[in-house]
Design a protein. Structure first.
Lengths: 329, 97, 488
């Protein structure tokens, strides 16, 4: 059976700021000393209010520019509402219908020699706050889960690609290229082990049958912790989805979108049971924050910061095109 | 758009509110009455009117990226219903939550 | 002269002249709490020791000729919706019964810096949702003018505390009339500043785009003094406006020349109590006698303000109150099944009272998929039209006068089972919140039954000075603010 692989990646990168997105609380990777990097804003205490970190917005702009995105001149923040113990306010401050940037692309090297170039289009990149961390009792005795808010409120840029990635190897190449670029321009250290870069993959197949292209149901694989594992998880899904299609013939839209986890030990994905209720995030504009109007000066400043990295690499890396384009004439 | 008991149940789940049967029945009656009153807005022509989410027209309010003191852990956890002195504790989170 | 029932300026003048001390003033008001609050039930928390200690500190500084802030040691009752470091802040909710904030609200910091002394935290409708202070999980506050009647709400405790002479000043919050309506019910001055004039940091949110902190006082000067102390830009509140605060007390006694007062033709309809209307019309005559011009204006969208408000405010509230889930602070149920959803739902079901649940449900519904455009977005558009009406009106007039609320204080229990009727009581106050305008309620009469009647004045954004001066003109001419109840 002939088929094409269709992959889109949602990547979250933590920004390298001193403080959190909405308060002066320190932003630092610190998993061993829980709940020491909080303040009333981070804990979402009654009466607290968010105030946007100027540097976080600037780094987000730099990220989007490096990804060739169009910067919106008017942008706002919305509340994404759901209940989870690592989300102290009961909502995440995120961006819904007016992200600060859209329509970019990242060029990756493909082919045997790695000499061919392919552009992966980027749908949007937006700035939001990270949640804290839940740790579950692994003994199976049903003990309490632990909540650490050190990470809560860390600035994140969510980068959503178009489903332009057509193989597990390309998925890995995209992530590698993204990491190179973002760590190179200094907006994030993109350390997957520490969670400063995290990736969810949306995968399905376009099966060609009797001259007709049939899309299979989209599966989201969450929380894969290395580039290699993203590749492996995608490979596993391709095989699995093909078998499911052969068995059931179900196509996109005929079943609900499934979320699966990745078990690195067994090298398999597993179904994470669907939510009891369909999620309804009830997005609405956060009344505690005001919009940002991106001025020419802000754009110039972000571009100037990107140009501070003088070493345009000579080895033909695709990134060089970004910097060449941005160098002042 | 008349409200049903099923709607009330759905909204109560979304709101994470356990309601007694009596509360639920009263909710249906009161919410139904209030939503009915909102129908008055259908009279208003709002074609080409920009929604007004804020009462002020501020934009670009930023703070500098300067570190302020964190709360000592003890204070951070002081109001929590259950802790082990290091973490906030919650019942085992099941995958269907 | 009795220290209780005296105005802020009278007390300050006595203290400055050395005829009394801040400690004596504080003690007199604490004694007044002792003798009256078992009837009025305004106070939730009193810290006698700390209040007297702070008063002694002010006295020592005053004696030594060191600087003393403009509030000079005056007692201030604080609505229990403002976070006070180390002092319980409950919002009159079982949910926050044991909550002790690790920080002070900005207005509390400013009040302390101005040497205002918190005498106690006072009762309110739970999470500021209500118009009667009956929605408190702890006690029912009574109207000092008639204990069978409600003090109004949601800042009923703040209004009753001033009316009962247990504090010359108090702080409240106003989301849809929660300062002005209780001021009208209790015969005191109550003011809601322009949205953005006073920091909301540390004000436990009900509806973020509508909430403002404001003062109560037993005269207009007290309100001006208190507002001056708490107003101003705050880096911790993105919606606080960086605009200088005028000295409201300095200009207060200058009457406004050529004052144009708008009266709204849509306001005088069925449901408005005759005595309340008569008092308002009498006040317009007083203004005319002082040289003001009364101009009839139209606010064509005013009849939609209650509907728009009761969509927008609960929508924001449903989100603002999501944080009370029994994880990081607040009530956690003892009895729930074995899932997080159960833990959340039972904690919230037990921790919140009926009105709060009703508004969370309402707001969740109007924001949910399939309904958000018909309700929430529609209401935001109507809000714009309401604001446009005011912008037009303020091209013609300086202030808009109206009754503060259609009736005098209703009896406790009178409207509690009819939420819609209760919501309609907010008809005159709500539009100022939707449009972000400053408003004040100033005593303007008394009903035959002996219940106070207030007059509401609304001005264009940041015209608090004009509003206070206009209110002062009425106060001076009529003397209604000097009335005190007999608490027998």
């Amino acid at each position: 059976m002939d088929y094409k692989v269709v992959i889109g990646l949602e990547v979250h990168v933590q920004l390298l700021t001193n403080t959190k997105l909405f308060s002066g609380c320190i932003n630092k990777f610190n998993p061993d000393n829980p709940n020491v990097q909080t303040d009333p804003v981070t804990i979402g205490m009654p009466g607290t209010l968010p105030v946007m970190n100027r540097k976080a917005f600037r780094l987000a702009l730099e990220t989007a520019l490096a990804l060739n995105c169009t910067i919106a001149r008017f942008t706002k923040w919305d509340r994404k509402q759901y209940y989870y113990p690592d989300l102290p306010k009961g909502y995440q401050i995120s961006q819904y219908d007016m992200p600060f940037s859209e329509h970019g692309w990242l060029e990756i090297a493909i082919g045997e020699e790695g000499t061919e170039k392919k552009r992966i289009r980027i749908l949007r990149a937006h700035l939001e706050e990270d949640a804290g961390k839940n740790m579950h009792d692994e003994t199976g005795k049903g003990g309490d889960s632990h909540v650490d808010l050190n990470r809560a409120g860390t600035p994140l840029v969510e980068i959503v690609s178009q489903p332009d990635i057509s193989s597990p190897a390309e998925a890995k190449a995209y992530l590698e290229e993204l990491k190179l670029l973002l760590s190179y321009i200094g907006v994030s250290d993109c350390n997957m082990q520490e969670g400063s870069l995290r990736c969810d993959a949306n995968i399905n197949l376009h099966v060609i049958k009797d001259g007709e292209t049939i899309p299979t149901p989209i599966v989201e694989v969450k929380n894969v912790n290395s580039f290699r594992n993203v590749e492996l998880a995608c490979e596993y899904e391709v095989t699995r989805q093909l078998e499911v299609f052969k068995e059931t013939g179900k196509r996109l839209g005929e079943v609900e979108k499934e979320t699966r986890g990745w078990n690195a030990v067994s090298g398999t994905t597993f179904s994470q049971r669907g939510k009891e209720e369909a999620s309804d995030y009830r997005y609405f504009p956060d009344p505690d924050l005001v919009p940002v109007v991106v001025s020419d000066e802000m754009l110039e400043e972000a571009k100037a910061n990107l140009c501070e990295f003088p070493a345009v690499r000579a080895n033909g890396s695709s990134r060089s095109t970004v910097f060449l384009r941005m160098m002042p004439k | 758009m008349s409200l049903t008991q099923a709607d009330v149940t759905k909204v109560a789940t979304l709101s994470r509110l356990a309601l007694s049967e009596e509360e639920s029945a009263q909710m249906l009656q009161h919410l139904g009455q209030i939503l009915g009153y909102f129908e008055i807005l259908q009279e208003v022509d709002t074609e080409n009117v920009e929604p007004m989410a804020h009462a002020i027209e501020l934009h670009n309010v930023f703070r500098e990226d300067e570190i302020l003191e964190s709360l000592p852990r003890e204070e951070a956890l002081a109001n929590a219903p259950k802790t082990d002195g290091k973490y906030f504790l919650v019942p085992q989170i099941l995958s269907n939550d | 002269m009795s220290l209780v029932g005296a105005t802020a300026s009278e007390l300050l003048s006595l203290m400055e002249k050395g005829e009394t001390t801040a400690v004596e003033v504080m003690q007199a008001h604490l004694d007044q709490i002792d003798s009256t609050d078992s009837k009025v039930e305004a106070y939730l928390h009193i810290d006698t020791e700390s209040a007297l200690k702070k008063a002694a500190d002010v006295d020592a500084r005053r004696k030594a000729g060191e600087p003393v802030g403009p509030l000079g040691g005056l007692p201030v009752a604080v609505k229990d919706v403002l976070c006070t470091r180390g002092v319980p802040t409950t919002c009159s909710s079982k949910m926050l019964e044991n909550f002790v904030p690790p920080y002070d609200a900005t207005v509390i910091k400013k009040m302390n810096a101005a040497d205002g002394i918190m005498i106690g935290k006072v009762n309110m409708d739970e999470f500021a949702m209500g118009s009667s202070t009956e929605n408190s999980a702890f006690k029912k506050t009574r109207n000092p003018w008639n204990l069978e009647h409600s003090p109004g709400g949601s800042s009923g405790g703040s209004a009753a505390a001033v009316a009962a002479m247990t504090a010359p000043l108090s702080l409240g919050s106003d989301t849809g009339g929660s300062i002005r309506q209780p001021a009208h019910f209790c015969g005191v001055v109550g003011m809601k500043p322009t949205y953005g004039r006073v920091s909301r940091y540390g004000l436990v949110a009900f509806a973020s785009s509508l909430d403002q902190v404001g003062p109560f006082a037993n005269d207009v000067h007290g309100a001006a003094l208190m507002l001056e102390a708490i107003a101003g830009h705050d880096n911790l509140d993105s919606t606080s406006v960086p605009k200088e605060v005028p000295s409201y007390t300095v200009s207060l006694d200058e009457p406004l020349k050529g004052l144009k007062i708008g009266i709204v033709k849509e306001h005088y309809v069925e449901g408005l109590n005759e005595e309340v209307e008569a008092a308002a019309r009498e006040a317009y005559k007083v203004y005319e006698s002082l040289g003001a011009e009364i101009v009839e204006i139209s606010l064509p969208n005013s009849k939609y303000c209650v509907a728009a408000y009761y969509i927008i405010a609960p929508a924001e509230a449903s989100s603002n109150l999501a944080r009370y889930d029994g994880v990081h602070y607040g009530h956690r149920s003892e009895s729930f099944g074995n899932s997080m959803i159960d833990m959340y739902s039972h904690s919230r079901g037990e921790g919140f009272g009926t009105e709060v649940k009703r508004r969370i449900m309402l707001g969740t519904y109007t924001l949910s998929a399939g309904y958000i455009d018909a309700y929430y977005v529609k209401a935001l558009k109507v809000r714009r039209l309401i604001r446009n009406d005011f912008d037009e009106a303020f091209k013609q007039v300086d202030v808009i006068a109206s009754p503060t609320s259609p009736n005098t204080a209703f009896k406790i229990g009178g409207l509690i089972n009819d939420p819609l009727a209760m919501y309609l009581e907010d008809i005159y106050t709500i539009s100022a919140n939707l449009a972000g305008l400053p408003g004040i309620s100033v005593p303007a009469g008394m009903s035959k039954a002996g219940l106070p009647i207030g007059l509401q004045l609304i001005a264009a954004p940041f015209e608090e000075e004009k509003l206070l001066r206009a209110a002062r003109m009425l106060e001076k001419e009529t003397g209604w603010t000097a009335k005190r109840p007999t608490l027998s």
